[in-house]
Ligand binder design. Structure first.
Ligand SMILES: Cc1cc2nc3c(=O)[nH]c(=O)nc-3n(C[C@H](O)[C@H](O)[C@H](O)COP(=O)(O)OP(=O)(O)OC[C@H]3O[C@@H](n4cnc5c(N)ncnc54)[C@H](O)[C@@H]3O)c2cc1C
Length: 471
C-alpha cells in the first residue's frame, strides 16, 4: 500500500494524493440509493487506497502508468452525483478524482464553443459562458452537483433537451487519456466524415474505456425571449398524444414536460385540477420565433383537447426544478425511493406507462408509482418513473428495490424501449444490458474493453456485464 502511494506521490506534483480516512470514506460511492442504504447499515466498508487528484492531463497519464505497474483498479470520480452505482471502488483501488482539473480552457465566441477541463462543476461552466452572454443549454437537474467530464461519461441529458439536445449533441471535441497512458485528442469540428465518430466511444463509457480530461462544448446565445405555456389534459395518454403531435408537426420547444395526474397534483396543486395531466412548455429564442411557436403550440394543445392553465405553473417549475429531497431521510424511515428513466417509441408510450405503474402498484409495501415525460423526440419519448415503498420489514428494502427495478425494466424491454434514457448503466442496470443491447452488442463492448483496457483496470464492475465464459 505504501509503495503505490509513494509512487503516486512521486508522479502527482501539480495535484495531490489524499489518504486521510475522511477523504477515502467520502469517495466510496456515488448517490446510488442502494449504496446509500448499505452506507446507512454500516455495510460499505471497502476503502480505496488513495484518492488521487491529478493537476494536468500529463499527470492523469502518469497515474494510469503507476496503476498499471501495480495492477491496481482505477475508479474515476467527478462530482459523485451519479445514481446508478458507477462509483463503488473495491478495497485497495485508486480513486482518480477530477477535482483539480478545473476551469475554462478557451472560449471561442465566434465559433460558439468553449473547452473545459473535465472536473469543472456544471453550474460554474454555465456561469463562465454566461458572462459572455452565452449558454451551454445543458441543464441536468444535478447541474450544481455534477462535472462536465461526468456528463460525458454518463451520457447525460438536461431539462432543455427537447430543443437543445442532450450531451452527445453538444460535445464537439474531447481529450481522453487511455488506459495505456496515451492521450487521444478528438478535435472540435462542427461535423466530420472521418470514419466512425470516436467521441461516441466515450459518451456513456462510465469510466471504463478512458479518462475524459477536457471537453469542448458547442454554445448558443442566451435566449432573447422566453415564453411559458401550461395546459392540462384528461389523462397522461391524451397528453402524450398532444406532445407527439407537437413534435411531429415540427415544433421542438426546449422544455416539454408532461406529468401524470399524481405528479401533477404533487407539483402543481394550485394550477392543475385533480385527475388531470399537466403539460408545461417553454419556448426560447429570438422574440419573433418564440411568439410564433407559442401561438402555434397553444392552438395545437387546444385542438388535442387540452385546457389552458395559468402559465405561472411554468414559473413554479423553473423556481423549484432543481430541488430534490435526499434519499437518506426516506431510508431512515424504512422507505426506499428511486427513479427509473427509460425511452420508448410513441406507439408504446401510453401502454408502457400503464404497465409499469400498474405493475409497481402490486409490489408489497408500495407507497407510490408515478411518472412524467420530459425528453421528447420525433420518434419517441423518455418516461421517468418514481417509486417509493415501505416493506413491512425494513431489512427487505433492497429486495423490494430490486423487484421494482425488475418490473420496470422487464416492461420496458417487452415494449421495445431502451433501459436507460440518461442516468446510464452503472451497477443497477448492468445485468439488463444483455437484453438492452443483445448478446452481440455486449460482446462488441467487451471486445472494445479488451482492446482499450486489456488489464481491466478502468472502473471494473461497471457498465459491462461479467463474461461468464472468462475465468
Ligand atoms: C438530484 C440529482 C439529479 C440528477 N439529475 C440528472 C439529470 O437531470 N440529467 C442527467 O443526465 N443526470 C442527472 N443525475 C445523474 C448525475 O448527476 C449525472 O449522471 C451526471 O452526469 C454525473 O456527473 P458527475 O460529475 O457527478 O459524475 P460521477 O457521479 O462522479 O461519475 C459518474 C460515472 O462517470 C465516471 N466518470 C466521472 N468523471 C469521469 C471522467 N472525467 N472520465 C471518465 N469517467 C468519468 C465515474 O467513474 C462514474 O462511473 C442526477 C443526479 C442527482 C443526484
Amino acid at each position: 500500500v505504501n509503495e503505490i502511494v509513494g509512487r503516486l506521490r512521486a508522479v502527482v506534483v501539480e495535484g495531490d494524493v489524499q489518504t486521510t480516512p475522511e477523504i477515502l470514506a467520502a469517495h466510496r460511492r456515488d448517490r446510488w440509493v442502494l449504496s446509500e442504504l448499505h452506507d446507512l447499515e454500516g455495510r460499505l466498508t471497502a476503502l480505496p487506497v488513495a484518492v488521487v487528484e491529478p493537476g494536468s492531463t500529463a499527470e492523469v497519464a502518469r497515474v494510469l502508468e503507476v496503476c498499471r505497474e501495480f495492477a491496481t483498479p482505477v475508479v474515476p470520480y467527478g462530482g459523485g452525483s451519479g445514481v446508478c452505482g458507477g462509483i463503488a471502488p473495491a478495497e485497495g483501488s485508486v480513486v482518480l478524482s477530477t477535482a483539480r482539473l478545473q476551469g475554462l480552457v478557451r472560449l471561442e465566441e465566434q465559433d460558439l464553443c468553449a473547452s473545459f477541463r473535465a472536473g469543472t462543476n456544471g453550474l460554474e461552466a454555465e456561469r463562465r459562458v454566461g458572462e459572455a452572454g452565452l449558454t451551454l443549454g445543458h441543464w441536468p437537474q444535478s447541474i450544481e452537483l455534477s462535472t462536465v467530464g461526468g456528463w460525458v461519461a454518463t451520457r447525460a441529458s438536461g431539462q432543455f433537451s427537447t430543443g437543445y439536445g442532450s450531451i452527445e449533441d453538444l460535445v464537439l471535441g474531447l481529450e481522453v487519456v487511455l488506459a495505456d497512458g496515451s492521450v487521444l485528442r478528438l478535435p472540435p469540428h462542427a461535423r466530420a466524415a472521418t470514419g466512425p465518430d470516436l467521441r461516441q466511444l466515450f459518451l456513456g463509457c462510465e469510466g471504463t474505456l478512458g479518462i475524459v480530461t477536457e471537453v469542448t462544448l458547442s454554445l448558443r446565445r442566451s435566449a432573447a425571449a422566453r415564453a411559458g405555456v401550461a395546459c392540462h389534459f384528461p389523462g397522461f395518454a391524451e397528453g402524450l398524444d398532444a406532445v407527439r403531435s407537437l413534435l411531429a408537426a415540427g415544433y421542438s420547444p426546449p422544455v416539454v414536460r408532461l406529468y401524470d395526474p399524481a405528479e401533477s397534483q404533487r407539483h402543481f396543486p394550485e394550477h392543475c385540477p385533480d385527475a388531470r395531466a399537466m403539460l408545461l412548455l417553454i419556448h426560447e429564442g429570438p422574440a419573433r420565433l418564440v411568439e410564433a411557436a407559442t401561438e402555434a403550440s397553444i392552438a395545437l394543445c387546444d385542438e388535442m383537447g387540452g385546457t389552458r392553465a395559468d402559465s405561472a405553473a411554468v414559473d413554479v417549475w423553473l423556481e423549484h426544478r432543481n430541488r430534490v429531497p435526499g434519499f437518506r431521510e426516506f431510508l431512515e424511515r424504512g422507505i426506499i425511493v428511486d427513479t427509473i428513466e427509460v425511452t420508448c417509441p410513441w406507439s408504446s408510450a401510453a401502454e408502457l406507462y400503464e404497465r409499469v405503474t400498474r405493475s409497481l402498484q402490486q409490489v408489497e409495501g408500495i407507497l407510490l408509482a408515478t411518472a412524467h415525460s420530459s425528453h421528447q423526440y420525433r420518434s419517441g419519448t423518455g418516461l421517468y418513473f418514481t417509486f417509493a415503498a415501505r416493506p413491512a420489514n425494513p431489512a427487505d428494502m433492497a429486495e423490494t428495490y430490486r423487484e421494482c427495478w425488475r418490473r420496470a425494466l422487464d416492461s420496458t424491454l417487452a415494449l421495445g424501449g431502451a433501459i436507460s434514457h440518461h442516468h446510464g448503466i452503472g451497477r443497477v442496470r448492468r445485468e439488463a444490458l444483455h437484453e438492452g443491447l443483445g448478446d452481440a452488442g455486449v460482446a462488441l463492448l467487451r471486445t472494445l474493453k479488451q482492446a482499450l483496457d486489456p488489464m481491466g483496470l478502468l472502473n471494473p464492475g461497471v457498465l459491462i456485464p461479467d463474461d461468464p465464459g472468462s475465468a
